[in-house]
Design a protein around this ligand. Structure first.
Ligand SMILES: Cc1cc2nc3c(=O)[nH]c(=O)nc-3n(C[C@H](O)[C@H](O)[C@H](O)COP(=O)(O)OP(=O)(O)OC[C@H]3O[C@@H](n4cnc5c(N)ncnc54)[C@H](O)[C@@H]3O)c2cc1C
Length: 417
């Protein structure tokens, strides 16, 4: 059913009994034209764009848990297009444009809030780097405003500007960046894909990938064998394990990333703020909780929860940047498994197995990438050609060394990106 003001009034008058489930619960068919492994943001967006842009509707998304149980429901919801390197730039720029039309297109409110992202700098050298990044963004058609110290103060008066170690020199303001409601994105894509005939099959873990004569023929699952000539691995933190089912060893390490939320407070932070001298970022949710996070826990893991040393590190960064946060009580913390590549940039590509596609390596930036990733992978699966915005996300760059995109400039260590 479509959503509208009229439906809200009608359902309100008749006891809210007329709402329908957002998607069907179909049994898996024995054969599909295409199978997407992983019902996270990227898998659902891929299914939606395959149906919408390419008319392919005999598709199944196979999800081992329930829709939204992975990183799509665990992230800190930041959306931005402030990338510097060619390859990343055009991709994230495209993604932000898709975000801006998403609620209308899906007829589902994903609560995109373009409240602006401010990335702080704390030294002259860092200012130079941000000026360069801002110019690159503007040249590319995205928005960037360089703020001096007083400019930052006008937006974020509650920060500690004179911290002894990390005084604030200024910030790069990206007004079109912001946040979106993460699980609404999963539900919106799921509902829209289902409406176009895509089967969303939950509690269906892929346990094997069938390959004959170098071509994929289907998958083995906990709900039986399913045939398909096109299969895409879109399993984020589990990409290495699922690719191993097809005999592949990916250049991806899985690491745990934590996030935190405080009790609900009155509106205080109306931007996304990113600390420049440590990996710390913060925004305020619509319910009032301060949502923040920091670095990876620095060890490879498949545990979707983290440990205390990193929690302490993140709290210290928070206190350094905005001492007033010490009065807020942390309500809970959680973790997600991140698919880290050696250059910090993702992979959307074909593989040596005909019909087998790969979409992974999102590190901790994959939420903002959801629409453009789904769009690009759908294009690749339907046409056999990479979409122009994702043409550089090749798997073989890690073998040849050509085309590496080290956005952070941190070298080849997975956990530093
Ligand atoms: C704490 C935290 C904060 C973050 N903050 C941000 C942020 O602010 N901005 C941003 O851009 N990004 C952020 N990210 C990163 C972002 O959430 C991820 O990069 C992105 O969600 C990954 O893609 P996905 O949504 O498809 O993954 P997921 O939702 O994890 O989807 C993958 C799915 O594959 C399924 N699966 C795995 N194995 C199998 C199998 N064998 N068979 C069937 N299904 C399988 C899993 O159950 C899962 O549902 C953050 C991540 C975390 C953990």
């Amino acid at each position: 059913m479509g959503y509208s003001g009229f439906q809200v009034i009608k359902q309100g008058l008749f006891g809210q009994h007329g709402w329908k489930p957002l998607w069907r619960d179909p049994a898996p068919k024995p054969r599909y034209d295409a199978i997407i492994i992983g019902g996270g943001g990227h898998g659902l967006a891929t299914a939606y764009y395959l149906a919408r842009e390419h008319g392919l509707t005999n598709i199944a998304v196979l999800e081992k848990g329930h829709i939204g149980s992975g990183n799509i429901g665990r992230n800190t919801t930041i959306v931005r297009a402030n990338y510097f390197l060619p390859g990343n730039q055009e991709f994230y720029s495209h993604s932000l444009k898709l975000w801006e039309g998403m609620s209308q297109q899906l007829n589902y409110n994903v609560m995109l809030s373009q409240r602006g992202v401010i990335s702080l700098f704390h030294s002259d050298g860092q200012r130079d780097a941000f000026v360069r990044r801002g110019n690159a963004m503007i040249n590319h058609g995205d928005d960037a405003i360089l703020l001096d110290r007083e400019g930052v103060r006008a937006h974020l008066p509650y920060l500690d500007f004179d911290n002894g170690r990390f005084p604030i020199y200024g910030g790069l303001f990206h007004p079109r960046g912001g946040t979106a409601r993460h699980d609404a994105v999963a539900w919106g894509y799921a509902r829209a894909a289902d409406q176009r005939g895509v089967d969303l099959i939950q509690n269906c873990e892929v346990t094997g990938i069938d390959i004959e004569n170098g071509a994929v023929t289907g998958v083995q699952t906990t709900r039986g064998a399913i045939k398909a000539r096109k299969v895409a691995i879109v399993t984020a933190g589990r990409s290495g394990q699922v690719a191993a089912l097809a005999g592949m060893r990916l250049p991806v390490e899985s690491h745990v990333l934590q996030a935190f939320v405080t009790e609900g407070l009155k509106p205080i932070i109306d931007h996304v703020v990113s600390f420049g001298m440590g990996h710390f970022y913060i925004s305020q949710s619509d319910k009032g909780g301060l949502v923040f996070g920091g670095d990876l826990d620095f060890y490879a893991s498949y545990a979707a929860r983290g440990n205390l040393p990193m929690a302490e590190h993140v709290m210290k960064a928070a206190m350094t940047l905005m001492p007033m946060i010490g009065k807020a009580r942390v309500l809970r913390s959680w973790g997600g498994i991140m698919d880290m590549t050696p250059d910090g940039s993702p992979i959307i590509d074909t593989t040596d197995t005909k019909g087998l596609f790969l979409d992974c390596g999102w590190c901790y930036g994959g939420f903002k990438a959801v629409p453009a990733s789904g769009f690009a992978l759908a294009h690749l699966m339907a046409t056999g050609q990479p979409h122009a915005t994702a043409a550089r996300f090749r798997l073989d760059r890690f073998r040849t060394g050509v085309g590496l995109m080290d956005e952070e400039g941190t070298g080849a260590q997975h956990n530093l990106h």
